[in-house]
Design a protein around this ligand. Sequence first.
Ligand SMILES: *Cc1c(COP(=O)(O)O)cnc(C)c1O
Length: 389
Amino acid sequence: MEEDFDIETLAVRSGIHRSQFGEHSEALYLTSSFVFESAAQAAARFRGDEPGNIYARFTNPTVTAFQERLAALEGAQSCIATASGMSAILSCVMGLLSAGDHIVSSRSIFGSTVQLFGNILSRFGIETTFVSASNASEWEKAVRPNTKLFFVETPSNPLMELSDIAALSAVAKKCGAWLAVDNCFCTPVIQRPLDLGADIVIHSATKYLDGQGRVLGGAVLGSSELMEGVRNFLRTAGPTMSAFNAWIFLKGMETLKVRMDAQSESAREIALWLESRPGVGKVYYPGLPSHPQYELAKRQQKTGGAILSFEVEGGRDAAWKIADSTKLISITANLGDTKTTITHPATTTHGRISPEAREAAGIGEGLLRLAVGLESANDIIRDLSLGLG
Ligand SMILES: *Cc1c(COP(=O)(O)O)cnc(C)c1O
C-alpha cells in the first residue's frame, strides 16, 4: 500500500490480499499446510525459487496480512509475527545474537524480560547489564566491545519513566549496537520508534493491538536485513503466531487509533483528578505537566498514553482498599484492554523483587497502576472514589 496514507487508513486497509472469492473482510486461513500443483512446484517452493506458502510454521496468509498491517503502522520494512510478546523478545535475541554477545538493557522493563535476560540467556553465554531507563550516559558507560543490543521500554512500567529514544539511538549507533524498543505501552498510534532512530521494535500484541483481552501474540519489526535472522530462527524453532490469533489482531488493529485516543483522553482526565485529590501522593502520567519528562513526552509521544500510576497515603492497606472497593474496575495484572484494570505492583508484577530493590526503584506499597479502558472517565473516577479516603 502507498506509504503516505494516515495511520487510521493503514490500520483498516493495509495487508489485504483478497482470495478468488473477493471477501471484503480479511479471510482466516485455518490450515497447517498448503497443496502444490506439482512435484516440481513443491521443489521450487522448498528451494525458495518460487514464492508461496509451504507450511504454517513458515508462513500463513492470515499471519502475513497481520505482519504487513503492523509493518505499515510502524513504518517498518519487515515484521515477524510471534506466539506472544515474550517469544518476540526471545526470537529477536536468538535471531541476532550469539554466545559471547552482550546486552545493555533498561532496568525498568517487563518482569519476564528481566528473567529472560538475567537468568536464561546468561546460561547460554549472553550477558546483560541493567542500567537506568532515563540516563543515556549510564548506557554508554555500560558498553563493552561485544555489546550488540540496547533494549528499552518507554514509558516504563509502572512509574511511567521515559527514555529518550533519539538520544539512546545516537549512543547505540556510536557503539555499533542495535537499539530495540518494546513499544507495547504506546503502540504506533502514540510513538513510532523507528522514526526516532531505533533499529528494532518489539510488540506484545496481547495488549493494545488486540485491545480486547482475547489472545496472545507478539511481533518483531525492523529492516528486511535484520529481520531475516529473526525469520530464520522462527521458521526453525517455531514460536509462530497462530492464524486465528493473527485474524483477531487484524480486526483489533482496525480500531487501534480510536481506542488509543479515547483511552488516552480518559487517562489524562483521571490523572488530573487524582492530582487534585487529598490522600493521593504522586501521580505518574507522561501527559501531565507535572511529569518530570513532560517536554520529552510531548516530543516523542502523540499523547500521554492510557496507563498511569499513583501513590496513596497509608501504604498497602490504603492501596488494597481502593482496589477492593471498586465495583467496575477489574483487579488484574493485564493491561491494554477496553476494560479498565487496576494492579498493586508491589505484591503482584513486582512482588518477586526484594523489598529493598523495590523501594530503590520507587515502587512503594502505596502505589497503584491503572490501565484505563473505554468506560466513561466519570464512571472510572466514581469507582476509584469508593475506596479513597
Ligand atoms: C505483556 C508484555 C510483554 C510480554 O508479552 P506477552 O504477550 O504476555 O508474552 C512484554 N513487554 C511488555 C511491555 C508487556 O507489557
